[in-house]
Design a protein around this ligand. Structure first.
Ligand SMILES: NC(=O)c1ccc[n+]([C@@H]2O[C@H](COP(=O)([O-])OP(=O)(O)OC[C@H]3O[C@@H](n4cnc5c(N)ncnc54)[C@H](OP(=O)(O)O)[C@@H]3O)[C@@H](O)[C@H]2O)c1
Length: 312
């Protein structure tokens, strides 16, 4: 099969489009003929030696944690899926999952059926960002209807899904974005969009129940000032989580770090919301898998609206 593989950490020049053996099928797994794979900041961070690099084992490494495709074989002990099923998911994170490839061996308990109303590219981009948004808002942030939430980096992969899920829950949503994205984010339901280039969020917002911090570092620390006593800030970038947690402690704001986890029940909920038109996934761009370097460049720019997806 064809796959993207790295044999050393580095920039885009380490990404090789190469011929590999199909993965072997172990118990509890399904073999998927892959159609599309989502690209996330964690992919290029890990290929550079940061991100999830400590968890992926020895090189060589086939990047990619989320996919959408068709089941071609099932292990003897797998009863919930059949050959021909259309499936998608976030798998094995943060260990190596090998989704930038033509074939994937996926744990059956981490994937979901792709409903007809959910297109392949959207499904491929929904797993990691959708589950992060869900787990940050509801598992870590315990968001309730009628609460107020601030979502930093609203136009990104996680942010634009988090805005819609928070509105679906019945919360009031403020978010930050460049001016070019304001109409887009209002169309998703955001009640207030702040242009972070020209405005400080602390001039507009205080006493909120929850912040979803998609930026981390100084930006996440600044946002602690918006949280009401007893409120929570969930910080997404793991590289700055310790400094945000320390600042939260000093300000008596609870800071929750997060590492997204595979969860097929939550994937079912996300797919159902999509099929019911309560959740939309914005595709920033799609690239053929051999152009993964271009997708990494787009992600590194930090300016994409929604999700990047590779077609396989
Ligand atoms: N811990 C975990 O499990 C986990 C899971 C998922 C993601 N993450 C991390 O969470 C972060 C966000 O992920 P993502 O996939 O949503 O990223 P992304 O899609 O690459 O985010 C791009 C967006 O960031 C926005 N942005 C850039 N600078 C900004 C600023 N100063 N203020 C507000 N928005 C800004 C841009 O908006 P404009 O163009 O409008 O400026 C752009 O739309 C990344 O660091 C990622 O690694 C962590």
């Amino acid at each position: 099969m064809k796959a993207i593989q790295i044999s050393q950490f580095g920039s885009n020049d380490v990404l090789k489009y190469t011929e590999l053996d199909k993965p072997e099928l172990n118990s509890g797994e399904v073999l998927v003929k892959n159609k599309a794979a989502g690209v996330n900041p964690i992919d290029w961070k890990t290929c550079s030696g940061g991100g999830a690099a400590p968890f992926i084992g020895e090189l060589p490494f086939v990047p990619g944690w989320e996919f959408a495709g068709t089941i071609e074989a099932v292990a003897d002990d797998v009863t919930e899926f059949s050959v021909g099923d259309e499936v998608f998911g976030l798998i094995r994170f943060p260990e190596a999952a090998g989704c930038f490839a033509e074939y994937i061996a996926a744990p059956a308990d981490q994937i979901s059926l792709r409903p007809e109303g959910l297109p392949v590219e959207a499904a491929a981009g929904l797993g990691l960002a959708g589950l992060t948004a869900w787990q940050a808002l509801f598992d870590k942030g315990h968001l309730q209807a009628s609460q107020q939430v601030v979502i930093l980096a609203g136009a990104g992969g996680v942010g634009h899904l988090a805005i819609q899920l928070a509105k679906w829950m019945g919360a009031r949503v403020a978010t930050t974005a460049s001016a070019k994205n304001h109409e887009f984010l209002k169309s998703l339901g955001a009640d207030l969009v702040i242009d972070y280039h020209n405005d400080k969020i602390t001039d507009h917002i205080d006493n909120v129940d929850l912040v979803i911090d998609g930026m981390g570092g100084e930006i996440g620390i600044e946002a602690l000032n918006c949280v009401k006593p007893g409120g929570t800030l969930v910080t997404l970038p793991s590289v700055t989580k310790d400094e945000v947690i320390a600042a939260g402690k000093a300000m008596k704001v609870k800071v929750e770090p997060i590492r997204v986890e595979a969860n097929s029940e939550q994937l079912d909920r996300l797919a159902g919301l999509y099929a019911d038109r309560k959740l939309a996934l914005q595709l920033a761009d799609t690239y053929p898998i051999e152009k993964v370097g271009d997708a990494f460049d787009a992600s590194r720019s930090g300016r994409t609206q929604g999700k990047l997806v590779l077609t396989v």
